[in-house]
Design a protein around this ligand. Structure first.
Ligand code: GLC
Length: 546
Protein backbone atom coordinates (compact mmCIF):
# COMPACT_ATOMS: atom_id res chain seq x y z
CA UNK A 1 0.00 0.00 0.00
CA UNK A 2 1.23 3.46 -0.86
CA UNK A 3 2.55 5.22 2.25
CA UNK A 4 1.32 8.73 2.82
CA UNK A 5 1.47 11.18 5.75
CA UNK A 6 -2.30 11.48 5.84
CA UNK A 7 -2.59 7.73 6.30
CA UNK A 8 -0.15 7.50 9.18
CA UNK A 9 -0.73 10.55 11.27
CA UNK A 10 -3.51 10.75 13.81
CA UNK A 11 -5.68 13.76 13.09
CA UNK A 12 -7.11 15.77 15.96
CA UNK A 13 -10.15 17.92 15.30
CA UNK A 14 -10.34 21.27 17.03
CA UNK A 15 -13.58 23.18 17.36
CA UNK A 16 -11.99 26.63 17.64
CA UNK A 17 -14.89 28.28 19.46
CA UNK A 18 -14.46 25.86 22.35
CA UNK A 19 -10.81 24.89 22.57
CA UNK A 20 -8.98 27.65 24.44
CA UNK A 21 -9.91 31.30 24.91
CA UNK A 22 -6.63 33.22 25.24
CA UNK A 23 -8.10 36.73 25.51
CA UNK A 24 -10.96 35.94 27.88
CA UNK A 25 -13.78 37.14 25.63
CA UNK A 26 -15.80 33.93 25.89
CA UNK A 27 -14.72 32.51 22.51
CA UNK A 28 -11.84 30.16 21.81
CA UNK A 29 -9.18 31.54 19.45
CA UNK A 30 -6.05 30.82 17.41
CA UNK A 31 -3.67 32.10 20.07
CA UNK A 32 -5.34 29.66 22.46
CA UNK A 33 -4.64 26.82 20.04
CA UNK A 34 -1.00 27.93 19.72
CA UNK A 35 -0.69 27.88 23.53
CA UNK A 36 -1.82 24.26 23.55
CA UNK A 37 0.36 22.89 20.74
CA UNK A 38 2.74 21.29 23.22
CA UNK A 39 -0.19 19.48 24.81
CA UNK A 40 -1.16 18.11 21.39
CA UNK A 41 2.42 17.17 20.58
CA UNK A 42 2.65 15.31 23.86
CA UNK A 43 -0.60 13.52 23.05
CA UNK A 44 1.07 12.19 19.91
CA UNK A 45 -1.13 13.57 17.17
CA UNK A 46 0.35 14.51 13.79
CA UNK A 47 -2.25 16.78 12.22
CA UNK A 48 -4.89 19.23 13.37
CA UNK A 49 -8.16 19.65 11.51
CA UNK A 50 -9.56 23.07 12.31
CA UNK A 51 -13.31 23.47 12.10
CA UNK A 52 -13.95 26.71 10.15
CA UNK A 53 -12.00 29.77 11.30
CA UNK A 54 -13.01 32.04 8.40
CA UNK A 55 -15.03 35.25 8.67
CA UNK A 56 -18.58 34.27 9.51
CA UNK A 57 -21.69 35.59 11.28
CA UNK A 58 -21.68 32.19 13.09
CA UNK A 59 -25.30 31.28 12.36
CA UNK A 60 -24.00 27.72 12.02
CA UNK A 61 -20.84 28.34 14.04
CA UNK A 62 -18.58 29.04 11.07
CA UNK A 63 -20.10 26.61 8.59
CA UNK A 64 -21.57 29.79 7.10
CA UNK A 65 -18.60 31.62 5.62
CA UNK A 66 -18.82 35.28 4.67
CA UNK A 67 -15.21 35.63 3.44
CA UNK A 68 -12.94 32.69 2.66
CA UNK A 69 -9.83 34.87 2.70
CA UNK A 70 -10.35 36.39 6.15
CA UNK A 71 -10.07 34.96 9.63
CA UNK A 72 -13.00 35.57 11.95
CA UNK A 73 -11.80 38.41 14.24
CA UNK A 74 -13.13 36.43 17.23
CA UNK A 75 -10.46 33.85 16.44
CA UNK A 76 -7.67 36.30 15.55
CA UNK A 77 -5.96 37.49 12.39
CA UNK A 78 -4.34 36.01 9.29
CA UNK A 79 -1.01 36.65 11.04
CA UNK A 80 -2.14 34.47 13.92
CA UNK A 81 -3.05 31.78 11.43
CA UNK A 82 0.38 31.99 9.79
CA UNK A 83 1.96 31.76 13.24
CA UNK A 84 -0.12 28.70 14.00
CA UNK A 85 1.11 26.97 10.84
CA UNK A 86 4.70 27.90 11.67
CA UNK A 87 4.52 26.85 15.30
CA UNK A 88 2.76 23.61 14.41
CA UNK A 89 5.40 22.86 11.80
CA UNK A 90 8.16 23.31 14.39
CA UNK A 91 6.48 20.46 16.26
CA UNK A 92 5.96 18.40 13.12
CA UNK A 93 2.20 18.91 13.19
CA UNK A 94 0.32 19.65 9.96
CA UNK A 95 -2.81 21.76 9.62
CA UNK A 96 -5.97 20.68 7.80
CA UNK A 97 -8.65 23.24 6.93
CA UNK A 98 -12.39 22.82 6.77
CA UNK A 99 -13.64 23.51 3.27
CA UNK A 100 -17.28 24.59 3.31
CA UNK A 101 -18.27 25.10 -0.30
CA UNK A 102 -21.75 23.70 -0.71
CA UNK A 103 -22.98 27.06 0.53
CA UNK A 104 -21.74 30.42 1.73
CA UNK A 105 -23.18 32.68 4.40
CA UNK A 106 -25.98 34.97 3.23
CA UNK A 107 -23.60 37.74 4.37
CA UNK A 108 -21.00 36.78 1.75
CA UNK A 109 -20.41 39.61 -0.72
CA UNK A 110 -21.38 37.34 -3.61
CA UNK A 111 -24.80 36.72 -2.12
CA UNK A 112 -25.27 40.31 -1.04
CA UNK A 113 -24.52 41.48 -4.62
CA UNK A 114 -26.85 38.83 -6.01
CA UNK A 115 -29.65 40.15 -3.78
CA UNK A 116 -29.01 43.79 -4.60
CA UNK A 117 -28.79 43.48 -8.34
CA UNK A 118 -30.71 41.02 -10.50
CA UNK A 119 -28.27 41.53 -13.36
CA UNK A 120 -25.20 40.92 -11.26
CA UNK A 121 -23.05 37.98 -12.34
CA UNK A 122 -23.29 36.75 -8.75
CA UNK A 123 -26.95 35.93 -9.26
CA UNK A 124 -25.78 32.84 -11.09
CA UNK A 125 -23.41 31.88 -8.26
CA UNK A 126 -26.52 30.66 -6.43
CA UNK A 127 -29.90 29.13 -7.24
CA UNK A 128 -32.49 31.85 -7.68
CA UNK A 129 -35.76 30.48 -9.04
CA UNK A 130 -39.34 31.61 -9.52
CA UNK A 131 -41.96 30.00 -7.26
CA UNK A 132 -44.44 27.44 -8.49
CA UNK A 133 -47.69 29.37 -8.21
CA UNK A 134 -47.88 30.20 -4.52
CA UNK A 135 -45.46 27.40 -3.64
CA UNK A 136 -41.67 27.27 -3.64
CA UNK A 137 -39.95 26.04 -6.84
CA UNK A 138 -39.90 22.41 -5.65
CA UNK A 139 -40.80 20.20 -2.67
CA UNK A 140 -37.29 19.67 -1.27
CA UNK A 141 -36.79 20.04 2.43
CA UNK A 142 -33.72 21.19 4.29
CA UNK A 143 -31.49 19.00 6.44
CA UNK A 144 -32.15 21.61 9.10
CA UNK A 145 -35.96 21.44 8.82
CA UNK A 146 -38.54 23.20 6.67
CA UNK A 147 -38.42 24.02 2.97
CA UNK A 148 -35.12 24.39 1.13
CA UNK A 149 -36.35 27.59 -0.42
CA UNK A 150 -36.44 31.04 1.10
CA UNK A 151 -38.24 33.99 -0.42
CA UNK A 152 -36.05 36.77 -1.78
CA UNK A 153 -37.02 39.97 0.00
CA UNK A 154 -38.63 42.68 -2.17
CA UNK A 155 -39.00 40.47 -5.22
CA UNK A 156 -42.24 39.02 -6.46
CA UNK A 157 -42.38 35.21 -6.27
CA UNK A 158 -38.60 34.72 -6.19
CA UNK A 159 -36.76 32.19 -4.02
CA UNK A 160 -33.21 30.96 -3.37
CA UNK A 161 -32.08 27.43 -2.48
CA UNK A 162 -30.53 26.44 0.86
CA UNK A 163 -30.01 22.80 1.85
CA UNK A 164 -29.15 23.93 5.39
CA UNK A 165 -30.34 27.07 7.24
CA UNK A 166 -31.80 29.97 5.29
CA UNK A 167 -28.62 31.90 6.12
CA UNK A 168 -26.61 29.32 4.09
CA UNK A 169 -27.53 29.75 0.40
CA UNK A 170 -26.27 26.94 -1.87
CA UNK A 171 -23.65 27.66 -4.51
CA UNK A 172 -24.36 26.75 -8.12
CA UNK A 173 -21.77 24.28 -9.43
CA UNK A 174 -23.15 24.47 -12.95
CA UNK A 175 -21.39 27.82 -13.05
CA UNK A 176 -17.76 27.59 -14.18
CA UNK A 177 -16.89 30.76 -12.24
CA UNK A 178 -17.91 29.16 -8.94
CA UNK A 179 -15.56 26.25 -9.62
CA UNK A 180 -12.74 28.71 -10.34
CA UNK A 181 -13.45 30.63 -7.13
CA UNK A 182 -13.13 27.42 -5.12
CA UNK A 183 -9.91 26.48 -6.88
CA UNK A 184 -8.47 29.85 -5.89
CA UNK A 185 -9.44 29.27 -2.27
CA UNK A 186 -7.74 25.87 -2.33
CA UNK A 187 -4.57 27.39 -3.79
CA UNK A 188 -4.53 30.23 -1.28
CA UNK A 189 -4.42 27.85 1.69
CA UNK A 190 -2.21 25.22 0.07
CA UNK A 191 0.32 27.97 -0.65
CA UNK A 192 0.31 28.73 3.06
CA UNK A 193 1.33 25.13 3.68
CA UNK A 194 -1.85 23.40 4.82
CA UNK A 195 -1.82 19.63 4.36
CA UNK A 196 -5.36 19.13 3.16
CA UNK A 197 -9.04 19.82 3.54
CA UNK A 198 -11.98 18.23 5.29
CA UNK A 199 -14.71 18.87 2.75
CA UNK A 200 -18.06 19.73 4.27
CA UNK A 201 -21.14 17.90 2.89
CA UNK A 202 -19.08 17.40 -0.23
CA UNK A 203 -21.22 14.73 -1.88
CA UNK A 204 -24.16 17.13 -2.20
CA UNK A 205 -22.64 20.08 -4.01
CA UNK A 206 -23.82 19.26 -7.53
CA UNK A 207 -27.55 19.52 -8.17
CA UNK A 208 -28.33 17.58 -11.33
CA UNK A 209 -31.86 18.89 -11.52
CA UNK A 210 -34.28 20.87 -9.40
CA UNK A 211 -37.19 18.48 -9.99
CA UNK A 212 -39.48 17.49 -7.14
CA UNK A 213 -38.12 14.84 -4.79
CA UNK A 214 -39.62 11.48 -3.87
CA UNK A 215 -41.62 11.32 -0.66
CA UNK A 216 -39.36 11.27 2.42
CA UNK A 217 -39.60 12.88 5.87
CA UNK A 218 -36.00 14.04 5.92
CA UNK A 219 -34.03 15.73 3.14
CA UNK A 220 -36.66 15.27 0.45
CA UNK A 221 -35.06 15.82 -2.97
CA UNK A 222 -31.77 14.14 -2.11
CA UNK A 223 -31.84 11.87 -5.18
CA UNK A 224 -31.22 15.00 -7.25
CA UNK A 225 -28.10 16.09 -5.43
CA UNK A 226 -26.42 13.21 -3.59
CA UNK A 227 -23.36 11.58 -5.20
CA UNK A 228 -24.19 12.82 -8.69
CA UNK A 229 -21.83 12.25 -11.60
CA UNK A 230 -21.34 16.03 -11.75
CA UNK A 231 -20.14 15.88 -8.15
CA UNK A 232 -17.38 13.41 -9.05
CA UNK A 233 -16.36 15.51 -12.03
CA UNK A 234 -15.93 18.67 -9.97
CA UNK A 235 -13.76 16.91 -7.40
CA UNK A 236 -11.69 15.33 -10.17
CA UNK A 237 -11.11 18.80 -11.52
CA UNK A 238 -9.95 20.13 -8.15
CA UNK A 239 -7.46 17.26 -8.12
CA UNK A 240 -6.13 17.87 -11.59
CA UNK A 241 -6.15 21.67 -11.62
CA UNK A 242 -4.93 22.23 -8.06
CA UNK A 243 -4.10 19.38 -5.68
CA UNK A 244 -1.81 17.52 -8.05
CA UNK A 245 0.48 20.55 -8.06
CA UNK A 246 1.27 20.11 -4.36
CA UNK A 247 3.07 17.32 -2.50
CA UNK A 248 1.27 14.94 -0.20
CA UNK A 249 -1.97 16.92 0.24
CA UNK A 250 -5.33 15.26 0.66
CA UNK A 251 -9.09 15.62 0.75
CA UNK A 252 -11.32 13.89 3.26
CA UNK A 253 -15.00 14.11 2.46
CA UNK A 254 -17.89 14.48 4.81
CA UNK A 255 -20.23 12.18 2.97
CA UNK A 256 -23.44 10.99 4.52
CA UNK A 257 -25.81 8.80 2.47
CA UNK A 258 -23.10 6.67 0.98
CA UNK A 259 -22.76 3.00 0.17
CA UNK A 260 -19.35 1.32 0.32
CA UNK A 261 -19.48 1.01 -3.47
CA UNK A 262 -19.96 4.73 -4.01
CA UNK A 263 -17.41 5.51 -1.29
CA UNK A 264 -14.85 3.33 -3.05
CA UNK A 265 -15.64 5.08 -6.32
CA UNK A 266 -14.70 8.45 -4.77
CA UNK A 267 -11.34 6.93 -3.84
CA UNK A 268 -10.71 5.05 -7.09
CA UNK A 269 -11.42 8.13 -9.16
CA UNK A 270 -9.22 10.19 -6.80
CA UNK A 271 -12.16 12.48 -6.26
CA UNK A 272 -11.41 12.11 -2.54
CA UNK A 273 -8.57 10.41 -0.66
CA UNK A 274 -10.92 9.19 2.02
CA UNK A 275 -14.30 9.94 3.49
CA UNK A 276 -16.35 9.71 6.65
CA UNK A 277 -19.28 7.32 6.75
CA UNK A 278 -22.21 8.03 9.09
CA UNK A 279 -23.89 4.69 9.68
CA UNK A 280 -22.63 4.32 13.24
CA UNK A 281 -22.90 8.01 14.02
CA UNK A 282 -26.55 8.26 12.99
CA UNK A 283 -27.60 4.81 14.26
CA UNK A 284 -30.29 6.29 16.52
CA UNK A 285 -30.68 9.77 15.06
CA UNK A 286 -33.51 11.01 12.88
CA UNK A 287 -35.68 8.14 14.04
CA UNK A 288 -39.06 8.78 15.56
CA UNK A 289 -39.16 5.89 17.99
CA UNK A 290 -36.93 7.45 20.64
CA UNK A 291 -39.35 10.36 20.96
CA UNK A 292 -40.82 8.51 23.94
CA UNK A 293 -37.64 7.40 25.64
CA UNK A 294 -33.88 7.88 25.70
CA UNK A 295 -32.31 5.73 22.99
CA UNK A 296 -30.34 2.76 24.19
CA UNK A 297 -27.13 2.14 22.25
CA UNK A 298 -26.01 -1.45 21.95
CA UNK A 299 -22.43 -2.49 21.21
CA UNK A 300 -23.53 -3.97 17.92
CA UNK A 301 -24.92 -0.57 16.85
CA UNK A 302 -21.28 0.42 16.73
CA UNK A 303 -19.56 -2.80 15.64
CA UNK A 304 -21.82 -3.74 12.78
CA UNK A 305 -21.66 -0.56 10.69
CA UNK A 306 -17.99 0.07 11.43
CA UNK A 307 -17.01 -3.43 10.36
CA UNK A 308 -19.07 -3.19 7.20
CA UNK A 309 -16.97 -0.20 6.09
CA UNK A 310 -13.70 -1.64 7.38
CA UNK A 311 -14.26 -4.68 5.17
CA UNK A 312 -15.61 -3.07 2.07
CA UNK A 313 -13.48 -0.02 1.32
CA UNK A 314 -9.75 0.34 0.82
CA UNK A 315 -9.33 3.38 3.08
CA UNK A 316 -11.51 5.46 5.36
CA UNK A 317 -11.52 8.26 7.92
CA UNK A 318 -12.20 6.30 11.13
CA UNK A 319 -13.80 8.21 13.99
CA UNK A 320 -16.20 7.97 16.89
CA UNK A 321 -16.80 11.65 17.53
CA UNK A 322 -16.90 15.01 15.87
CA UNK A 323 -18.56 18.38 16.44
CA UNK A 324 -21.92 17.07 15.16
CA UNK A 325 -22.24 13.92 17.29
CA UNK A 326 -23.07 13.03 20.86
CA UNK A 327 -20.08 12.00 22.98
CA UNK A 328 -19.05 8.40 22.40
CA UNK A 329 -18.73 7.32 26.05
CA UNK A 330 -22.26 8.59 26.69
CA UNK A 331 -23.52 6.51 23.78
CA UNK A 332 -21.46 3.36 23.52
CA UNK A 333 -19.63 3.38 26.84
CA UNK A 334 -20.73 3.61 30.43
CA UNK A 335 -21.08 6.88 32.35
CA UNK A 336 -21.10 5.25 35.78
CA UNK A 337 -19.36 2.23 37.26
CA UNK A 338 -17.30 1.39 34.20
CA UNK A 339 -16.70 4.93 33.01
CA UNK A 340 -12.92 4.75 32.78
CA UNK A 341 -12.81 1.21 31.46
CA UNK A 342 -15.36 1.95 28.79
CA UNK A 343 -13.65 5.15 27.63
CA UNK A 344 -10.38 3.24 27.35
CA UNK A 345 -12.06 0.37 25.53
CA UNK A 346 -13.41 2.83 22.97
CA UNK A 347 -9.95 4.33 22.64
CA UNK A 348 -8.37 0.95 22.00
CA UNK A 349 -11.12 0.02 19.56
CA UNK A 350 -10.84 3.22 17.51
CA UNK A 351 -7.07 3.31 17.47
CA UNK A 352 -6.92 -0.26 16.20
CA UNK A 353 -9.09 0.29 13.16
CA UNK A 354 -7.99 0.50 9.56
CA UNK A 355 -7.82 3.96 8.00
CA UNK A 356 -6.81 7.42 9.16
CA UNK A 357 -7.79 7.94 12.78
CA UNK A 358 -9.64 11.12 13.68
CA UNK A 359 -9.94 12.18 17.32
CA UNK A 360 -12.17 14.98 18.46
CA UNK A 361 -11.22 17.44 21.20
CA UNK A 362 -12.25 16.12 24.61
CA UNK A 363 -12.51 12.52 23.47
CA UNK A 364 -9.04 11.89 24.92
CA UNK A 365 -10.17 12.83 28.42
CA UNK A 366 -13.49 10.98 28.23
CA UNK A 367 -15.74 14.03 28.04
CA UNK A 368 -19.44 13.14 28.39
CA UNK A 369 -22.66 14.69 27.16
CA UNK A 370 -24.13 17.46 29.27
CA UNK A 371 -26.35 16.18 32.06
CA UNK A 372 -28.59 19.22 32.23
CA UNK A 373 -28.72 21.30 29.11
CA UNK A 374 -31.92 23.27 28.60
CA UNK A 375 -33.52 24.53 25.40
CA UNK A 376 -32.65 28.07 26.45
CA UNK A 377 -28.99 27.15 26.92
CA UNK A 378 -28.81 25.40 23.57
CA UNK A 379 -26.98 27.20 20.80
CA UNK A 380 -27.13 24.62 17.99
CA UNK A 381 -29.29 25.91 15.12
CA UNK A 382 -30.07 22.40 13.92
CA UNK A 383 -31.28 21.28 17.36
CA UNK A 384 -33.48 24.34 17.71
CA UNK A 385 -34.99 23.93 14.26
CA UNK A 386 -35.62 20.25 14.97
CA UNK A 387 -37.52 21.16 18.16
CA UNK A 388 -39.71 23.59 16.21
CA UNK A 389 -40.42 21.01 13.51
CA UNK A 390 -41.20 18.24 15.99
CA UNK A 391 -43.69 20.52 17.74
CA UNK A 392 -45.35 21.42 14.46
CA UNK A 393 -45.38 18.05 12.73
CA UNK A 394 -45.80 15.67 15.66
CA UNK A 395 -47.88 18.01 17.84
CA UNK A 396 -45.75 17.36 20.91
CA UNK A 397 -44.96 19.85 23.67
CA UNK A 398 -41.75 21.85 23.54
CA UNK A 399 -40.52 19.93 26.54
CA UNK A 400 -40.98 16.56 24.90
CA UNK A 401 -39.59 17.77 21.57
CA UNK A 402 -36.49 19.12 23.26
CA UNK A 403 -35.95 15.94 25.28
CA UNK A 404 -36.02 13.93 22.07
CA UNK A 405 -33.68 16.26 20.22
CA UNK A 406 -31.35 16.56 23.18
CA UNK A 407 -31.09 12.79 23.57
CA UNK A 408 -30.45 12.11 19.91
CA UNK A 409 -29.05 14.98 17.88
CA UNK A 410 -28.26 18.10 19.95
CA UNK A 411 -24.79 18.92 18.66
CA UNK A 412 -23.96 21.12 21.65
CA UNK A 413 -23.00 18.02 23.66
CA UNK A 414 -19.81 17.95 21.62
CA UNK A 415 -19.27 21.69 21.65
CA UNK A 416 -18.92 22.54 25.35
CA UNK A 417 -15.78 24.52 26.14
CA UNK A 418 -12.81 22.22 26.64
CA UNK A 419 -12.10 21.20 30.24
CA UNK A 420 -8.44 22.00 30.96
CA UNK A 421 -8.52 22.06 34.76
CA UNK A 422 -10.86 22.55 37.70
CA UNK A 423 -10.55 26.34 37.91
CA UNK A 424 -13.29 28.73 36.83
CA UNK A 425 -14.75 27.76 33.44
CA UNK A 426 -12.56 24.67 33.48
CA UNK A 427 -9.53 26.75 32.53
CA UNK A 428 -11.09 27.48 29.12
CA UNK A 429 -10.54 31.14 29.95
CA UNK A 430 -10.15 33.44 32.94
CA UNK A 431 -13.78 33.72 33.90
CA UNK A 432 -15.67 35.56 31.14
CA UNK A 433 -19.01 33.84 30.42
CA UNK A 434 -18.25 31.38 27.64
CA UNK A 435 -20.35 31.33 24.45
CA UNK A 436 -21.77 27.94 25.52
CA UNK A 437 -22.05 26.70 29.07
CA UNK A 438 -19.28 24.66 30.65
CA UNK A 439 -20.05 20.99 31.09
CA UNK A 440 -21.15 20.25 34.67
CA UNK A 441 -18.47 17.59 35.12
CA UNK A 442 -15.43 19.84 34.62
CA UNK A 443 -14.21 19.56 38.23
CA UNK A 444 -13.68 15.82 37.82
CA UNK A 445 -13.09 15.37 34.11
CA UNK A 446 -10.29 17.68 33.00
CA UNK A 447 -6.79 17.53 31.57
CA UNK A 448 -4.98 18.53 34.75
CA UNK A 449 -6.60 15.81 36.87
CA UNK A 450 -5.88 13.22 34.25
CA UNK A 451 -2.30 14.26 33.69
CA UNK A 452 -1.71 13.61 37.38
CA UNK A 453 -3.26 10.15 37.35
CA UNK A 454 -1.20 7.37 35.79
CA UNK A 455 -4.38 5.35 35.24
CA UNK A 456 -6.39 8.09 33.60
CA UNK A 457 -8.21 7.96 30.29
CA UNK A 458 -5.85 10.64 28.95
CA UNK A 459 -2.79 8.60 29.82
CA UNK A 460 -4.32 5.57 28.17
CA UNK A 461 -4.94 7.57 24.99
CA UNK A 462 -1.30 8.66 25.01
CA UNK A 463 -0.21 5.06 25.38
CA UNK A 464 -2.55 3.88 22.60
CA UNK A 465 -1.52 6.70 20.25
CA UNK A 466 2.13 5.91 20.81
CA UNK A 467 1.42 2.25 20.21
CA UNK A 468 -0.30 3.00 16.92
CA UNK A 469 2.34 5.51 15.83
CA UNK A 470 4.92 2.73 16.21
CA UNK A 471 2.88 -0.06 14.66
CA UNK A 472 3.13 -0.68 10.92
CA UNK A 473 0.46 -3.34 11.36
CA UNK A 474 -2.11 -0.95 12.80
CA UNK A 475 -1.25 1.70 10.22
CA UNK A 476 -1.15 -0.43 7.11
CA UNK A 477 -2.30 -3.94 7.97
CA UNK A 478 -5.38 -5.62 6.50
CA UNK A 479 -8.59 -5.78 8.44
CA UNK A 480 -10.40 -9.04 9.05
CA UNK A 481 -13.42 -9.55 11.27
CA UNK A 482 -13.04 -12.71 13.33
CA UNK A 483 -16.32 -12.68 15.14
CA UNK A 484 -18.61 -10.27 16.82
CA UNK A 485 -21.61 -11.06 18.95
CA UNK A 486 -23.89 -8.57 20.60
CA UNK A 487 -21.24 -7.51 23.10
CA UNK A 488 -17.74 -8.51 22.08
CA UNK A 489 -15.91 -7.80 18.84
CA UNK A 490 -12.82 -9.59 17.62
CA UNK A 491 -10.85 -8.55 14.59
CA UNK A 492 -7.44 -9.04 13.07
CA UNK A 493 -4.98 -6.50 11.72
CA UNK A 494 -2.41 -8.26 9.64
CA UNK A 495 0.71 -7.72 7.56
CA UNK A 496 3.17 -10.27 6.14
CA UNK A 497 5.23 -9.87 9.29
CA UNK A 498 2.70 -9.70 12.09
CA UNK A 499 -0.86 -10.55 13.13
CA UNK A 500 -2.63 -8.63 15.84
CA UNK A 501 -5.90 -9.76 17.34
CA UNK A 502 -8.07 -7.06 18.86
CA UNK A 503 -10.72 -8.09 21.38
CA UNK A 504 -13.17 -5.51 22.72
CA UNK A 505 -15.96 -6.12 25.19
CA UNK A 506 -18.35 -3.16 25.13
CA UNK A 507 -20.67 -4.47 27.82
CA UNK A 508 -20.91 -4.91 31.59
CA UNK A 509 -20.80 -8.68 31.22
CA UNK A 510 -17.98 -11.11 32.02
CA UNK A 511 -17.04 -13.64 29.36
CA UNK A 512 -15.13 -16.84 30.00
CA UNK A 513 -13.31 -18.29 27.03
CA UNK A 514 -10.91 -21.19 27.37
CA UNK A 515 -8.99 -20.17 24.29
CA UNK A 516 -8.88 -16.43 24.85
CA UNK A 517 -5.20 -16.26 25.78
CA UNK A 518 -4.04 -19.35 23.95
CA UNK A 519 -0.91 -18.83 21.81
CA UNK A 520 -1.07 -15.11 22.23
CA UNK A 521 0.84 -12.35 23.91
CA UNK A 522 -0.90 -9.29 25.32
CA UNK A 523 0.67 -6.12 23.89
CA UNK A 524 -1.65 -3.55 25.39
CA UNK A 525 -4.87 -3.64 27.36
CA UNK A 526 -7.11 -1.33 29.37
CA UNK A 527 -7.00 -3.43 32.58
CA UNK A 528 -3.86 -3.74 34.67
CA UNK A 529 -4.99 -7.08 36.03
CA UNK A 530 -6.14 -9.26 33.17
CA UNK A 531 -7.25 -12.69 34.39
CA UNK A 532 -6.41 -15.60 32.17
CA UNK A 533 -9.18 -16.56 29.77
CA UNK A 534 -11.61 -14.09 31.26
CA UNK A 535 -12.86 -10.94 29.59
CA UNK A 536 -14.07 -8.44 32.16
CA UNK A 537 -16.63 -5.66 31.67
CA UNK A 538 -15.41 -3.27 28.98
CA UNK A 539 -12.09 -5.03 28.81
CA UNK A 540 -10.17 -4.49 25.58
CA UNK A 541 -6.92 -6.13 24.52
CA UNK A 542 -4.50 -6.12 21.62
CA UNK A 543 -2.84 -9.52 21.31
CA UNK A 544 0.07 -10.53 19.17
CA UNK A 545 -0.58 -13.94 17.71
CA UNK A 546 2.36 -16.24 18.26
C1 GLC B 1 -21.66 19.66 8.08
C2 GLC B 1 -21.01 20.21 9.32
C3 GLC B 1 -22.07 20.78 10.20
C4 GLC B 1 -22.76 21.89 9.45
C5 GLC B 1 -23.29 21.41 8.10
C6 GLC B 1 -23.66 22.56 7.20
O1 GLC B 1 -22.49 18.59 8.36
O2 GLC B 1 -20.25 19.24 9.95
O3 GLC B 1 -21.57 21.24 11.42
O4 GLC B 1 -23.81 22.40 10.20
O5 GLC B 1 -22.34 20.66 7.40
O6 GLC B 1 -22.51 23.23 6.78
Amino acid sequence: MEKRAYKERIIYQIYPLSFKDSNNDGYGDLKGIIEKLDYLKDLGIGMIWLSPIYASPLKDNGYDISDYYKINPLFGTMDDFDTLIKEAKKRDIKIVMDLVINHTSDQHLWFQEALKNKDSKYRNYYYFRKGNGKKPPNNWNSAFSGSCWERVPNEENMYYLHLFTKEQPDLNYHNEEVIKEVENILKFYLDKGVAGFRCDVINQIYKTSLDNGKFSLFSRGREHYENQEGNFKILERFRKDVLDNYDDVFLVGETSALTPKIGQEYIDRRALDMFFEFDHAFCKSFKLIPIFKKPFYKPKDLFKPIFKWQKEVSWIGAYLENHDQLRSVSRFGNENKFYKESAKALSLFLLSLKGTIFLYEGEEIGTLNYKNLTYEETNDCMAKNAVDSAMKILHVSKNRAFKWVNNTVNRDHARAPFEWDDSINGGFNDGHKPWLKINEHYKEINVKNEENDANSILNFYKQMIKFRNNSETLKYGNFKEVSSNNYVAKFLRKTDKESLLIVVNLSKKFFKDKKLDESKEILISNYNNHEKNLLKPFEAIIYKIK
